[in-house]
Write a protein that binds this ligand. Sequence first.
Ligand code: ATR
Length: 289
Amino acid sequence: MKISGKTRVCGIIGDPVEHSLSPVMHNAAFEELNLDFVYVAFRVRREELGEAIIGARSLNLHGLNVTMPHKNAAMKYLDEIDSTARSIGAVNTILNKEGRLIGYNTDGIGALKALKENGITPKGKKLLLLGAGGAGKAIAFHAAQEAEELVILNRTPQKAKKLAEALRKESNKKINGNAFSIEIMKKELRDADILVNATSVGMHPDVNQSLVSPSLLKPDLCVMDIIYNPLETKLAKDAKAVGAKVVPGIEMLAYQGAASFKIWTNHPAPVKVMKQTALNKLSESGVYY
Ligand code: ATR
């Protein structure tokens, strides 16, 4: 990698951030396209977020990804927020456009792209979404525009209900929010076409956990888990075992990264390279998230 006085600097802000896969993924992509960009991880404490973003503008950083715990809080330090990110209520990408910081959210775009690239089109289908946290909200926003029916289940039911209500105002689709329970899950899964897990259940180190009883899974269901550590969650394994189609979480990671890459560079991202680099890094060892 050659770094010059003209090299554009992108990065990720979060806490913790040292295990992020984004630096290897984006640097591989910049290298692949021979772009004079570099990507680094910045650990930014919650109480220093404002200074970090103001500093990013002063240092003329070109772009940032924003991860936990700053996705909501970062919004108030930006000059502009695109309408999708505003509706979602969170940003995961910032572009420095001639000194103006613009916020975007590519999480939901990445999830929907991951489904489509794996041959799953939500149009005309019922999508059952588990989780109404940051990632859940972003996926719900895009799913509400594309699927025929969207059901959001969340451990804290009020969050799912509130999200469904907000989405109903902007869409004429059937959208509902509810609590998790075996009965509700059973009822909703019966006619669901796509199941997306956007909760953290099943993530390392709790690799033997899944919110969905294997007996409720069926071969004609498409399942996407947004968790990529482990690469194959218990939910994904259970779904595969009944013959269901499975989209692993690494796909969403790569496609949300690809969408951020496009925002910063204006080039279509080399997604294959990004995915492979992330996979290599994950299989090298350790705990990544
Ligand atoms: P992210 O930004 O990754 O989505 P988040 O906003 O903290 O992270 O959301 C985590 C999601 O996982 C939420 O939907 C959360 O449910 P609550 O809203 O009820 O907190 C869900 N979640 C986490 N642990 C869970 C558990 N043990 N059982 C069920 N849902 C869980």
